[in-house]
Design a protein around this ligand. Structure first.
Ligand SMILES: N[C@@H](CCC(=O)N[C@@H](CS)C(=O)NCC(=O)O)C(=O)O
Length: 209
């Protein structure tokens, strides 16, 4: 059985969506990051960086932090959503890392400056919003000739999608990116995504373009 430590954020939802797609049973432990629960010593023991998400795999007696590693681990363990074909597998890992190193951090800073702290620094608002918009363009180009990011629906899509789901927070008109909009809507309509989005609790319906 997997224990998932999570909150209602894109990084947390990446893992709950994957767990729902895998259709496996898991226990959810809400870590309210607005109440500093991520700093509790008990959580620190499994997530030394004080960030959600984290998992404990009781069958394997291991704990893990970092959503990208968790997604790769679960996909590999269950033999789903990470192709065994060499090229597709590495394209999936490549785009998962693109999300981890680019889309996530840039969109996260856009939320910080554009949504939560407007007027504090025009430079930071422009810098992060423009970079996020550029990344939407990169994704749009990638999806021009493909339904999904790397081969079939995979952990690369599940990693990117929750970040795009905050297009309103980012002040980005998603409909300017036709391929992203098509891809986003198709994934949003998946029952496992609808369910995983509401873990550990309901905050809002899944945003639709
Ligand atoms: N690279 C980490 C980032 C995790 C992360 O930034 N989590 C945020 C929520 S999305 C968090 O726990 N924030 C708590 C804080 O800032 O103290 C991952 O992908 O797991």
């Amino acid at each position: 059985m997997i224990d998932l430590y999570s909150w209602t954020t894109p990084n947390g939802r990446k893992v709950s969506i994957l767990l729902e797609e895998l259709g496996i049973e898991y226990n959810v432990h809400p870590i309210d990051i607005t109440a500093d629960e991520q700093f509790a010593p008990s959580f620190l023991a499994i997530a030394p960086n004080n960030r959600i998400p984290a998992i404990v795999d009781n069958d394997a007696n291991l704990s893990m932090m970092e959503s990208g590693a968790i997604m790769q681990y679960l996909a590999e363990k269950h033999g789903r959503f990470l192709s065994t074909d060499l090229k597709t597998r590495w394209a999936t890992i490549e785009w998962l890392n693109w999300q981890m190193g680019g889309l996530g951090p840039m969109a996260g800073q856009t939320h910080h400056f554009v949504k939560y702290n407007p007027g504090k620094s025009q430079y930071a608002e422009d810098r992060y919003q423009n970079e996020t918009r550029r990344l939407y363009g990169v994704l749009d180009k990638r999806l021009e000739k493909n339904d999904f990011i790397a081969g079939d629906y995979s952990i690369a899509d599940m990693a990117c999608w929750p970040w795009i789901s905050r297009f309103e927070w980012q002040g980005i008109d998603i409909t300017e990116f036709k391929n992203v909009t098509r891809w986003y809507t198709a994934i949003a309509n998946r029952p496992a995504v609808q369910k995983g989005y509401q873990v550990p609790k309901y905050v809002s319906d899944v945003p639709m373009p």
